[in-house]
Design a binder for this molecule. Sequence first.
Ligand code: NOJ
Length: 564
Amino acid sequence: MTKKQISWWRNAAIYQVYPRSFQDSNGDGEGDLQGVISRLDYLKSLGIDAIWLSPFYTSPNKDGGYDVSNPRDVDPRFGTMNDAEELIHAAHNRDLRIIVDIVPNHFSTEHVWFKEAVASPAGSPARARFHFYDGRGESGEIPPNNWCSIFGGPAWSRVTESDGTPGQWYLHLFDSTQADLNWENSDVHEDFEKTLRFWLDKGVDGFRIDVAHGLAKEEILKDHRDPEGLTRALRLDISDMPREEREFLLSDVPFFDREGVHEIYRNWRKIFDSYPGERMSVAEAWVHPSSRATRYVRSDELHQIFNFDFLIAEWNADFLKQAVEKTIREVSAVDAPATWVLCNHDSPRLVTRLGGGEEGRIKARAMALLTQALPGGIYIFQGEELGLEDSPIPDDRRQDPVFFRTKGVDKGRDGARIPIPWNSELKHFGFTAGEPWLPMPSHWSSLAVNKQTEKNCHLELYKDSLRIRKELYLDRKIRSEKVKKSSEFLTWIDVPEGILAFSRDEFFVLYANTTGNAITLKLESRHLYNEIVLSSSEGALSQDGTLHLPAHTTVWLVILNRAG
Ligand code: NOJ
């Protein structure tokens, strides 16, 4: 890479495929790798740069594959290692990069290490790879501390020793089938480095690091002052806890964002850098205060960290402006690119979060155009480009461990994981020839891919925005070789309440109306000669120095010079 080029990942549009729900190729009702291969042309047509695949590794699938029992193999439900290799190759042939998940906080209790640990005595090297402790109380019947699982219930489960007696407890911050690994153990380090190299050797372009802030634990034998409150505070996407209470609880979490995690990533960075082709990594790390996120993307650590501000954002100009300012300020300090995420497999879909129905969809379109115009990288969750929303799922079809561990109090995350409707004419919209693992709502037929061909539909808006984003901004900037980093180029424009507007360099301006009323604004004199290149809804008009913005609308303007 010459110094002048921008690393591909700094501004990339990365599309998350949740393989189980993307495309089934063998009629078993669950998506698979051959299914993804069959849709690569669709993905290419979207104008994305890379695909992030949620786990497809060997797993009993108690937590959608985030309970990995062999990180260096493919689960037969998803296909074979040959399929994985074919997918990487076929994506690369289309100039699409592949990012895979790595899940270092825990292994499935079906992993050979855990089985070995259970079969070995207390204090054995096999147990030292996990967090095994004796219980408290007369016969060890009380867990070693009072921590709660993020999925609900206690964070400890007790094993039965080989002589049949109740034995030690092991820590699991998530489901009881996901045993936390002990990162003070060198076997763990070695094994994960082996896994990274395994997939890097296969040609993957990067990793999404699950629970990246969780590997180092402190004060593991100490009770927490409010374990249940802490669990609620940690579920930022669903919790409605008052801000002060949450901030207090999140200010010091003994199992998240401890200093020890950074050494791990410094080692991993050396591995990434030892491979050709700019391999990258992105951390899934909910940290508090958010300024601590920059510690994960220092120049010798990871490349990106998900910024989840927009994952919980309202469609509100003030809120959004503050989030953008804060994010850009923070990441600029360490020369890392910002990232923007509107939804993923763990949170309600964007349309749903913004109120659902037609209004939710209108706001979601406007939100997407705002997000895609920001400096940095963007992540798109499968189906976001179709404007899908969560749909009710009968309790007896739910699969998320969150639903079971909270005894149904929290319905869980299945709503966002309903399979993709490809073709309205086909059974189960062409997702599967069998029975889909989650029911697909019949009214989705109008949102199926084959139905979204009209100029202004959700899918075409995404295709247009991704294309224009690239052509107009990125390609032009790279050609001009003016930019080294993406975070410098945003200037706010003064606007009335409820509106948000900024320019990037001299040629791109964005206006977003987050109110329910249309508004007409005077444009700045340097922006008088312009063309609306994209609008999230119909009716936007730039004329005689004014801009007419319908309710809940974002527009992209390209500034022309006087000569046209
Ligand atoms: C974050 C993943 O995105 C989520 O799906 C999973 O349940 C937890 N980490 C635990 O691995």
